[in-house]
Design a protein around this ligand. Sequence first.
Ligand code: ARG
Length: 386
Amino acid sequence: PTKAGAFLYGVCMFSPCLCRFPPVQVNLPDQRIQVYDSTQKRWRQICSSSANELLASISCEEVGFISVVNYSVTSVPEASGDGGEFFCVRTNELSYGKKIKDSLFPCDCENREVLTIQCQDCGRRSFAVDRIVGGVDSRQGSWPWQVSLQYDGVHQCGGSIISNRWIVSAAHCFPERYRFVNRWRVLLGSIKPVNANVAEVKTIVYHSSYLPFVDSNIDDNSRDIAVLALTQPLTFNENVQPVCLPAYGQRLIDGQMGTVTGWGNVDYYGHLADVLQEVHVPIISDAVCNAPDYYDNQITTTMFCAGFEKGGTDACQGDSGGPYVAEDCLSKMSRYRLLGVVSWGTGCAMPKKPGVYTRVSRFLPWISTAMRNYQNSPGVHKMART
Ligand code: ARG
């Protein structure tokens, strides 16, 4: 849980911090939820209502925390003055995938009770740290959300832990011949898969509009995303932690550095790495990446590129499904968010052929809907856009 995970917007506490302003925050120590009223330029607390549970869950999601751990109601003292300190909820307008602000209105909050929430902590690692092609060995515990997805004991893809039950990966890791859930294993908690803990898979949900599955002649790799549910919930510790998702509306910033990790080939014609590799590569704008000498308009709005023009560092075969993360302090404390899922590329680490990633921010509703709708449905499912 987000013990120290307070948000304190407007003040950049850490560097490098991007310091954007998402309009929802949870404050310490009591974790009252506050929403910014842009008309009156002030923060308001949320008045307790019959929709507390739903509101708590949607609020955590909106800022990139995958789930709510707890919520409760606290009394506030009598109004201090102008009465402009609360929002009430139009409960019938609240729904997943919508920003909570759209169902809030300023009010007096006569019951004097405000909502307090605690979201699932994410995107943090327990210590400070200063194949992937051209990468370096990672240190134990530095990427605690990274998993290896293995089929019949053989590493196929990477993945990222987003909650105690769910892993995000790429759709292309699950072609028809790999659709027997009980043959998949998730290895986690170690930079060396041989030392890892093993979890079993209950459910696989992949995007039904990942077109190469529909027609193998199609070379549009858009919507390369899947989520997996484990048979047993994970216990988090310093080596096993979920990564945050992007906040709603969070934009990628061209040139921003991120990190891609995996056990994929250390060369295009190489072998898998035995220690988890990491490389740091900047996001490349769509305009540059779609240029004729780059990917000539193959980059769609649900992808992005990351790498250097000269190549040299990149993800590679076997890294697919794994994380591209970047640190920000949208929620005051610096956290890693899953911005991309390793998807494809021409060769590995070649000049002007950077790695291409699924743009996770475009799939937030898809991910949360898949988690809600399939949490009790064992087997392999495809799910359309929501
Ligand atoms: N599709 C590849 C896989 O299955 C990953 C490709 C990533 N390639 C790259 N050059 N970034 O593992």
